[in-house]
Design a protein around this ligand. Structure first.
Ligand code: ZN
Length: 254
């Protein structure tokens, strides 16, 4: 925020915002403006790890409960203010201003936000895991073997298992929050080369070893270091060939 004094603006702001206001402060300010005259209830704003982008507002005996997808956690104060207006108007049954709607829409339609929304949906929709012992492959056995061969038995996850539904576009997924590795059920077939399953598990294990890096505002999921380590897989080029054939699926998430 710049500190250039704007007497017109500062006279409109009822609270002294030295740094970024908290979500509760933003909602309280909008509440005063939109529900003018009504007593200000206690407001609680919680960000939730939802798979979908959504926001809810409820009036309870304790005050106002707001829940927002954590995809919006880093949104600017302006965007949160627009969302606050939309939600508080929902309580009122009134229509939010055109400016608020346009501001919120511009934020959620922006390419970086679309990407985050998609990532959340894909990763979180993939969370329910079936046991490691599948029809054809035992993922725990593969994990243990790779752990000994490549990681000095030092790698830990809470759970490794098969996805509930087969996916050809998400062959594997590592969830750092839940410390789980999920492998697509579509690979649990007799015709699938064991080497490919091993490679997908190996790739996900590397995600445990190498955390996602940040390069300015971009998230670097597969760093140069990650890619170099991946090439250490004994049958790397064979695995790449199998993946590139597209016969068993086309990619993975995370
Ligand atoms: Zn990956």
């Amino acid at each position: 925020m710049t500190s250039s004094p704007n007497p017109h603006l500062s006279s409109q702001l009822p609270l002294p915002f030295h740094s970024s206001p908290t979500p509760e402060e933003i909602f309280a300010r909008v509440f005063r403006r939109v529900r003018a005259g009504k007593p200000l209830s206690k407001i609680r704003v919680t960000f939730r790890e939802w798979a979908q982008l959504r926001s809810t507002i409820r009036l309870t005996h304790a005050g106002i409960e707001v829940e927002i997808s954590d995809t919006l956690q880093d949104a600017s104060a302006t965007v949160l203010e627009a969302l606050a207006e939309i939600l508080i108007c929902r309580l009122n049954g009134s229509r939010p201003s055109r400016e608020a709607r346009a501001c919120y829409l511009a934020c959620i339609m922006s390419p970086p936000m679309r990407q985050r929304i998609n990532e959340a949906r894909r990763a979180r929709g993939f969370k329910l895991i079936r046991p490691a012992q599948g029809r054809c492959f035992d993922l725990q056995q593969i994990f243990d073997q790779l752990n000994g061969d490549y990681f000095q038995n030092e790698l830990r996850v809470r759970q490794i298992g098969w996805s509930r539904s087969p996916s050809r576009t998400i062959l594997g997924h590592h969830d750092p929050a839940h410390e789980t590795i999920t492998i697509s059920k579509s690979l649990d077939k007799p015709a699938v080369p064991r080497l490919l399953v091993e490679f997908i598990v190996f790739h996900e294990m590397l995600h445990v070893r190498y955390a996602v890096e940040r390069n300015h505002h971009r998230r670097v999921i597969h760093s140069a270091q990650f890619r170099a380590a991946e090439k250490q897989f004994a049958h790397y080029s064979e695995a790449q060939k199998l993946l590139k054939s597209g016969k068993w699926g086309t990619g993975w998430e995370g």
